[in-house]
Design a protein around this ligand. Structure first.
Ligand code: NDP
Length: 337
């Protein structure tokens, strides 16, 4: 396929909160697949908070993005040309691909998705990386039991909304923390959480103590900062804290300093454990099957904030830090055929 396409490159390392000038739209030729490769038209791009970390030139669990290179994240696409026996034209696939309108990918780096089970975008949300993050972090580290109190921050986001629902499935009492009235309504009315805290309008310490009269058994940490600090004094004996994310600190230039955790953990014999979803790669099949089953049984709902247009990708990414998304933030680049 001969022609030109748009790509998005990281051209500056953001200082603090990223700005549009850190990125650049460039034109580039659409690639040609070689033997064992396919050409994919981008349908959906996943924008995720963790990408902010990859924009810094620091060692982490995944290497940083290189300057002047195309940003990559989870993508859903449709095969337009195949030089692989494993894929045919029109197959709908997912993989870690570039922020560009077309990608050439090795057949071993992508997989087909079943759009009869759920719409394609769900493979970036409830059935994708964020759903799996919720599943493994909560069940493997949090281990919620019937009647226990589970608190989740970032509760109306991609990971948090799935965490809250799985905790309910397991019979826990769930308290969700989020940053707008619309999100609070969603948590109560749509997800059926037992209690909520709006961290922007409530006094978090007081509100959380009120909403957790029996203390906290599991705190699923998505945001870090002062919200996490408000949880520690309320921990019950043998509490579990899966540390999934700390979005409130991702744009900080200074170290993120809060309560020292040791005495709280000692007093309550609690466990605080960081993880990345990649730790569970060998169990992704189990997680995907469980999430798909709950989805089919109507036990799991999901919300997506889909922004239309490749030219809106950077705005959709920056909006994550403003809390503009309900559920998973996704950019729609083109239509499925
Ligand atoms: P979300 O869909 O939750 O989007 C981000 C949300 O974070 C916003 O909507 C906003 O909601 C909230 N937020 C933004 N800034 C702040 C702030 N300063 N303080 C508190 N809340 C804030 O994103 P994801 O579900 O994709 O990710 C949630 C967390 O999980 C992130 O920290 C992410 O890095 C982490 N993560 C970790 C993974 C792992 O493997 N460990 C994998 C995937 C995600 P609100 O309106 O409520 O403020």
């Amino acid at each position: 396929m001969i022609g030109l396409q748009q790509q998005i490159k990281l051209v500056k390392r953001p200082v603090g909160t990223p700005v549009k000038e850190d990125f650049e739209f460039v034109q580039a030729p659409i690639g040609e697949p070689a033997e064992g490769e396919v050409l994919i038209r981008t349908i959906y791009i996943s924008v995720d908070p963790y990408l902010r970390g990859r924009m810094n030139d620091v060692k982490s669990y995944i290497p940083p993005f290189e300057l002047d290179s195309v940003i990559t994240s989870g993508v859903i696409g449709q095969v337009v040309k195949s030089k692989s026996a494993k894929f045919a034209e029109k197959d709908v696939v997912t993989g870690s691909l570039g922020w560009q309108e077309y990608s050439v990918a090795k057949d071993s780096s992508i997989r087909k998705i079943d759009t009869n089970l759920a719409p394609a975008s769900a493979y970036l949300s409830v059935l994708g990386m964020t759903g799996l993050t919720a599943y493994f972090g909560l069940l493997d580290i949090g281990q919620p039991k019937e009647g226990e109190t589970v608190v989740v921050s970032g509760a109306a986001g991609a990971v948090g909304s799935v965490v809250g629902q799985i905790a309910k499935i397991k019979g826990a009492r769930v308290v969700g923390i989020a940053g707008s009235d619309e999100k609070i309504k969603y948590l109560k009315n749509e997800l059926g959480l037992d209690a909520t805290v709006n961290y922007k309008t409530d006094d978090v310490k007081t509100a959380l103590a009120e909403k957790c009269p029996d203390g906290i058994d599991v705190y699923y940490e998505n945001v870090g900062g002062e919200i996490g600090d408000a949880v520690l004094p309320l921990l019950n004996k043998f509490a579990r804290i899966p540390v999934c994310g700390a979005i409130s600190a991702y744009n900080n230039e200074e170290a993120d300093i809060g309560l020292r955790v040791q005495s709280y953990l000692i007093k309550t014999s609690s466990v605080m454990k960081g993880f990345t979803v990649g730790d569970y790669a060998s169990r992704f099949k189990e997680g995907s099957q469980a999430l798909a089953k709950w989805l089919q049984e109507g036990k799991l709902q999901y919300e997506e904030t889909i922004t239309d247009g490749f030219d809106q990708t950077i705005d959709a990414f920056l909006d994550l830090f403003k809390g503009a998304n309900l559920g998973k933030a996704i950019v729609k680049v083109s239509e499925l055929e």
